[in-house]
Structure formats: C-alpha cells, structure tokens
Design a protein around this ligand. Structure first.
Ligand SMILES: Nc1nc2c(ncn2[C@@H]2O[C@H](COP(=O)(O)OP(=O)(O)OP(=O)(O)O)[C@@H](O)[C@H]2O)c(=O)[nH]1
Length: 395
C-alpha cells in the first residue's frame, strides 16, 4: 500500500503536482472512498459510454450477418444470424430502454448487461461452430468469432474504472474463454490455448491501465472544478450540489443532517492591517485546520469571502455543537499578530427545523450566525434560546 501513498503514481500518470493528492491514489484502486460528487459524475460518464458501446454493437452485429450468410454453410449461417438478431435486440433495448437514475450501481448494472450480451454470444456461437468442420473462407470467418473476447477486453479501455472494477468486469470474459477451452469448444487451431489466454490477460491489463489513467484525469478535473483554488474547500457551486444530494439522502433515510454557517470574526481588520496577501494565508490555514479536524464524510464549503459552510451528515444540532466545540478548543488558526482566530457560527439541523428545502436550512444557519455576531462574536448559536449558545472557548 505504501506505493499507493507515494507521489510515484502521480508522476507515472503524468499529472501535475496537486492534481491528485497522494492520499487520493487509493481512489484508483477501489471506489470505496470516492466522494459522492465524483461517483455521480463517473456514473454519468459510464452510462454514456454504455450507450455509445451499445449503439456501435447494435449497428455492427447485424451487418456481419450478411457475410455469414454468404460464406458459412446452412443451417449454421441461419443459426448465427438468429443469434445476431437476438443480440442486436438486446443492444437496442439497452440503448433506448435503459434510462435509470444516475447512480454508480446503475452504471455498473448497465456495464454488466452490455458485456454479458457479447460474452453469451461468444459462448453460444462457439457451441454452434464446434459442430462444423470449416475450411477455406468459412474457416476464416469462423475464426473471427474467436476474436470477440479480445475486442470485449479492449473495450474496457473506454471506461473510467478503478483497478478493482476492471478485474471484476474482465473476469467473466476470461472465465468464458477458459470454459470454452475446457469443454474443447475451440474451432480454431490456436498455436496454444493458454497463449491466447495470456494475450487476453495482457489486453485486459492494458485496458485496466487505460481505465485507471482516465479515472486519474477525471479525479483531477473534478477536483479542479469542485474546489476553491485558494482554500481547497468545496466551491460554492459544487457545495450546493453536495448539499442538495445530502439533503435528499437524509430526507430519504430520515436521518439528521446539520449545517454550520461559519464567519471569521473581524477578518477585514486582517486585510487592512497586514494586507490582502496575509488575509489569503489566514483563509487558507483556517480551511486546512477545519478540514483536518473533520470526520470522513463531513464537507467544508467556501460559501463566499470569509464565510464557510460545514455540512455534517447524520448528526443533530447537539452533536454538531460538541463537534464544533472540539474544533474551537483545538483552535481555528492564528491572525498574523499571533492572536487566536475566532469565528461566529450558526447551526441548524434539517430534522429539528422541519426544512424541506436546503436553502431554508442555510437561511436559518445564516440567521443564527448573525445572532452569534450580535451576541459578541466567537460563539456558536444553535437555537433561538440563549441556552443553545456555546460561549467563547478561546482565550
Ligand atoms: N484576503 C482576502 N480577503 C477577502 C477575500 N474574500 C473576502 N475578503 C475580505 O473579507 C472582508 C470581510 O469583511 P466583513 O464582511 O466586514 O466582516 P469582518 O471584518 O470579518 O467583520 P465581522 O464579520 O462583523 O466580524 C472584506 O474586507 C473582504 O474584502 C479573499 O479571498 N481574500
């Protein structure tokens, strides 16, 4: 695993420093820790590629039928033609009827459906071909069927997949080849059956590498698009997307979802006394300090200027208060004159407030942040009552 955490990966993939953090290299191996925004965009991309692949196969599969009918003996040619028509019907079904909600699971299902059609086609066509002793032109056409697994494995190269996904999707095709060999369905005189298998493994490896490279570039692009360049926190636009997604998920599962509206105190004074550049440094350190203190799954958004939003899924106001207390106890950073940086924070929980729109939730948290300012700054307000105010924790 240490190699995954080194920058070697980044260098090997030809990425620029910062485009893919070393701790994000494990994202190339498995989709387990992908952020929801990434998974959503990847799911959309995979579904688009599934449709592209299905449309190509829907056109090419019936076209080859005419070659079969011209060259192959009957009834083999007709049996294969029927098989091709069936496969074309399945590809057309995926193209026009598979319009699911954009989730990674549905994208995987689309890929599984897409690749299972030619894999089955390959196995059945082989069973049919073994009953004939082909020679001349018909043997050449029959040999063409043996190339299908190679084409399928190469096809994975157009999908932005993790290493684990590539292995899972390529395995059935390799197993189909081994099964065909085991039952001696081979009609072609390969120099070596295992030689062909080795070649397939090689193609699968190259396709997996191509998929991982695509994924690396995709991660880098998504990071650039979703992050605020100064602080590394989510930008407001992507933050709104995450908010909407988390709000829907929390609503569906009936779990709490809290947001904290954070505004740095007297930030203008930093700019005025020490210059805008020093102000930028303080903003950057503030965001880094908060991010390091967060749990996995919590999201920091730069809402604008010196205002930040903290999205805290699965916790209510009370738990959010204690998380913020911990963050404030550890310190939010320092002003250029070495005095502690403080912030005024408003907290609201979707369940407690009965919000059915995330904008409403932000509005409430924003109002509470203003209450914190009015009450003297450097505090957290989580309700209208004074009891729900967390007093200054910093010296
Ligand atoms: N350096 C820097 N300053 C910024 C940036 N974005 C906004 N600001 C400044 O942040 C300051 C915010 O000032 P105010 O809204 O008056 O708030 P404040 O001084 O923090 O006072 P209170 O919020 O009332 O405690 C403004 O001077 C903005 O110019 C940025 O990206 N970098």
């Amino acid at each position: 695993m240490t190699i995954l955490h080194s920058t070697t990966w980044v260098k090997l993939l030809g990425l620029l420093p910062g485009e893919l953090n070393p701790n994000e290299a494990s994202w190339l191996v498995s989709p387990r820790h992908h952020m929801s925004l990434m998974s959503n965009r990847r799911a959309q991309m995979i579904l688009n590629r599934v449709r592209l692949f299905a449309s190509l196969f829907a056109v090419l599969t019936p076209l080859w039928m005419f070659v079969d009918l011209l060259v192959l003996p009957n009834p083999l040619a007709w049996q294969l033609a029927l098989l091709r028509l069936g496969a074309t019907g399945c590809f057309t079904f995926i193209l026009y009827c598979y319009r699911p909600e954009v989730t990674l699971f549905n994208a995987w299902r689309g890929m599984a459906m897409l690749f299972s059609i030619p894999t089955l086609f390959y196995v059945v066509s082989y069973v049919l071909l073994t009953h004939y002793h082909l020679s001349g032109a018909s043997a050449a056409v029959g040999t063409g069927y043996a190339f299908l697994p190679f084409i399928l494995l190469a096809g994975f190269a157009i999908f932005p997949l993790t290493l684990l996904e590539s292995v899972v999707f390529a395995a059935p095709i390799l197993v189909a080849h081994v099964t065909a060999g085991y039952f001696q369905f081979t009609v072609v005189d390969w120099p070596s059956f295992w030689g062909a298998f080795w070649l397939q493994g090689l193609i699968a490896g190259v396709a997996a590498l191509a998929g991982v490279c695509q994924l690396a570039f995709m991660i880098a692009l998504v990071q650039q698009a979703v992050r605020d360049p100064l602080t590394g926190a989510f930008s407001r636009r992507s933050g709104e997307e995450v908010l909407e997604l988390q709000f829907i998920l929390a609503g569906r599962s009936g779990s709490p979802f809290s947001v904290a509206f954070i505004d740095i105190d007297h930030f203008k004074a930093i700019n005025d006394q020490f210059g805008h550049q020093q102000g930028d440094v303080v903003l950057k350190q503030f965001a880094q300090t908060l991010t390091h203190g967060l749990r996995k799954g919590d999201v920091l958004v730069r809402w604008g200027g010196e205002e930040f939003l903290l999205l805290l899924p699965n916790i209510d106001c009370r738990q959010a208060m204690s998380a913020l207390q911990r963050l404030r106890r550890n310190g939010l950073g320092q002003r250029p004159d070495q005095t502690p940086l403080t912030a005024s924070i408003g907290v609201a929980d979707m369940l407690e407030e009965g919000c059915n729109d995330w904008r409403q939730l932000i509005e409430i948290a924003d109002q509470r942040m203003y209450m914190a300012k009015q009450q003297g700054r450097n505090r957290v307000v989580a309700g209208r009552e004074p009891a729900a105010t967390l007093q200054p924790a910093l010296a």
